[in-house]
Design a protein around this ligand. Structure first.
Ligand SMILES: Cc1cc2nc3c(=O)[nH]c(=O)nc-3n(C[C@H](O)[C@H](O)[C@H](O)COP(=O)(O)OP(=O)(O)OC[C@H]3O[C@@H](n4cnc5c(N)ncnc54)[C@H](O)[C@@H]3O)c2cc1C
Ligand code: SF4
Length: 566
């Protein structure tokens, strides 16, 4: 069945041209800071906290960095408002960043001492024994990254970091190929871009060092990769995760991962992924579904596959009598080692965390890598600035020789075999795990998610009907994310708006927040090409559209979800 690849309809954007340029504010109106960090997630905030720890010992350097030595630019309403994760965290980075803090003082629910993996069929849940080693989580901690980021944000502010929330970094400031900082976005425009009465123009934030810690599908990161030609050896790929938090009647006693149903096994559909179900203390659990965005069925929806998963008797038993409290969605960069930027630094700038693909996909781990990378960035930036140098290449070497580089190298070919189907992929990935990545070695090819040809494959017909109590539609999910973006905000999602039906349907089904719609009349007429209407105010900035043929740009600072506990 021939299909259409979204990559054939590229979004109307030239990132390097549009989002990179020299400072434009008059010199006396520019905001001067020492280090500008874009992103108040684990990577950015660990970097900021480490910087303050180091600058305390370097008063001369601190003095030379001016009134604001460290600033974090965060587009969410608070730190954590836009961060979503499992979140089953390896504790190494927390221990290193806060050596005097006991884990009982960390924002975590509990240490993991029991875990299990199940292969689901439509009715049964078969425990996998022995458990695949990549799912072992003993000694890790279950947290909520929204809470963790708030905790780190508070610690950073206490240490003197200037946390600029509700501020989107929209342009990378570059002069003579040296990064000079970022420009923040305008606020107070209407849908057509006209200035409203509360209009506030953006500002140039000039810095000696800039850290891109934007997380998945980073806006400035994408522009920097294009402008400085830093793209990895293989194209990036993403998974989309959709998560719910439930208040439950009975505590869950273990960390659970599932594979198999409701995803289809056939290589034709490329449905790679699974679910996680984690206890959050005595009275809450979270449940999430994560799927690769290289699937080929235009009607496939991770949001609805999660609803379908909840109809399984094994899952019903866990959630029975409970109530959904929160919802969110986010992508994970899953290209692995070969998709990491060729260099993690250019003069004046470094890239850390998910923005630089620091995720171990087979283990679904990224939080500790992001924090370690943020700390390494802080250390190498301070070392360089002490020499009055803005060459931060030592950071790049440091990451590659660290636990980040080593772990990612070991799992470098782990994701690719799954496009051969669940069982073949599983067998090859097991061989890789046992031989610590040696067999089969080499560099396995991978194509961008947007180059998969999309067909109408029927997944959408199998999804259960929402009842508003146990199974939910996308709009009620958006409401549960805390999103309260004004309806007349400018559109920040760049796509072509008249496209082949398969591509339009891909966006409609994929988007967990119901941003895209095909007009009813065109749907029923069976037209080969259709319009795509965009309700940008629903967007929870998961990043999936960047993977599948469009381009997410940051909306006005403060817009989007207000995650509390996902
Ligand atoms: C469904 C799911 C499950 C996961 N499960 C686990 C798990 O169990 N364990 C684990 O270790 N990892 C897990 N991960 C991965 C983990 O969440 C990430 O690796 C981690 O969040 C990366 O941290 P970061 O700081 O790099 O990015 P993020 O946490 O994404 O933070 C980036 C921040 O930057 C801000 N930002 C971005 N662009 C801009 C801009 N232009 N201007 C201003 N602000 C900006 C964002 O609003 C956000 O606050 C999971 C991820 C997902 C999606
Ligand atoms: S429009 Fe927003 S929520 Fe929807 S897929 Fe794109 S980034 Fe995700």
């Amino acid at each position: 069945m021939a299909g259409v690849a979204p990559a054939e309809l590229p979004p109307p954007v030239d990132a390097a041209l549009e989002f990179v340029g020299p400072p434009t504010d008059p010199e006396d109106e520019r905001i001067e800071v020492g280090v500008a960090i874009v992103g108040g997630g684990p990577a950015g905030l660990a970097c900021a906290i480490r910087l303050t720890q180091l600058l305390e010992r370097e008063p001369e350097l601190a003095e030379s960095l001016g009134e604001v030595p460290v600033a974090v630019v965060e587009k969410g309403k608070t730190a954590g408002a836009h961060t979503l994760s499992g979140a089953n965290m390896r504790p190494s980075a927390m221990r290193e960043l806060f050596p005097d803090l006991d884990p009982s003082e960390w924002p975590v629910y509990q240490e993991v001492d029991k875990d299990a993996v199940y292969l689901l069929t439509k009715r049964a849940a078969l425990p996998l024994k022995p458990m695949p080693p990549n799912f072992r989580n003993h000694g890790n901690y279950v947290t909520s990254i929204a809470k963790l980021s708030r905790f780190l944000g508070e610690r950073a502010e206490e240490a003197g970091v200037y946390l600029l929330t509700e501020t989107a970094a929209t342009k990378l400031l570059v002069s003579d190929r040296v990064v000079k900082g970022v420009r923040s976005g305008d606020k107070g425009r209407d849908r057509e871009g006209k200035e409203l009465s509360n209009f506030e123009p953006g500002s140039d934030v000039i810095a000696r060092a800039t850290v891109l810690a934007e997380g998945t599908a980073g806006h400035l990161t994408g522009a920097a990769l294009d402008y400085f030609d830093l793209h990895g050896h293989m194209p990036q790929r993403w998974e989309l995760g959709v998560k719910e938090v439930w208040k439950v009647a009975e505590p869950l006693d273990r960390v659970i991962h599932t594979m198999g149903w409701p995803l289809r096994k056939g290589a034709r559909w490329n449905e790679f992924g699974g679910s996680f179900i984690y206890p959050m203390g005595e009275d809450k659990v979270c449940i999430g579904m994560v799927c690769g965005l290289d699937y080929t069925d235009a009607t496939f929806s991770v949001h609805d596959a999660l609803q379908q998963l909840k109809t399984h008797p094994f899952v019903r038993e866990i959630l029975e009598g409970g109530e959904r409290e929160a919802w969110g969605a986010k992508t994970i960069p899953s290209g692995g080692y070969w998709s990491m930027p060729r260099s993690l630094s250019v003069p004046g700038m470094v890239i850390a965390g998910d923005a630089a693909t620091m995720v171990n996909v087979p283990e679904l781990k990224g939080i500790h890598y992001a924090m370690h990378a943020g700390m390494y960035a802080a250390e190498e930036i301070v070392a360089a600035l002490k020499r009055d140098d803005v060459n931060f290449s030592a950071y790049d070497e440091r990451v590659r020789k660290s636990v980040i580089g080593e772990d990612l190298y070991r799992s470098r070919n782990m994701r690719q075999p799954f496009s051969k189907g669940f069982f073949v992929g599983g067998a090859i990935a097991s061989a890789m795990t046992i031989t610590r990545g040696a067999l089969p070695g080499g560099r396995w090819k991978q194509a961008p998610d947007s180059e998969e040809e999309m067909v109408m494959g029927g997944a959408g017909e199998r999804y259960p009907k929402p009842d508003g109590k146990y199974l939910f539609d996308k709009l009620s999910s958006v409401f549960a994310s805390g999103n309260a973006t004004r309806d007349d905000a400018p559109n920040h999602v760049r796509i072509q708006t008249h496209v082949p039906r398969e591509v339009a349907q891909t966006w409609v089904s994929m988007c967990p927040a119901q941003v895209y719609e095909i007009p009813e009349a065109q749907l029923s007429s069976g037209a080969a090409e259709v319009d795509v209407n965009v309700t940008a105010s629903n967007c929870v900035q998961c990043g999936a559209i960047t993977a599948k043929g469009g381009r997410l740009t940051p909306p006005e600072g403060g817009d989007g979800p207000l995650y509390q506990e996902v």
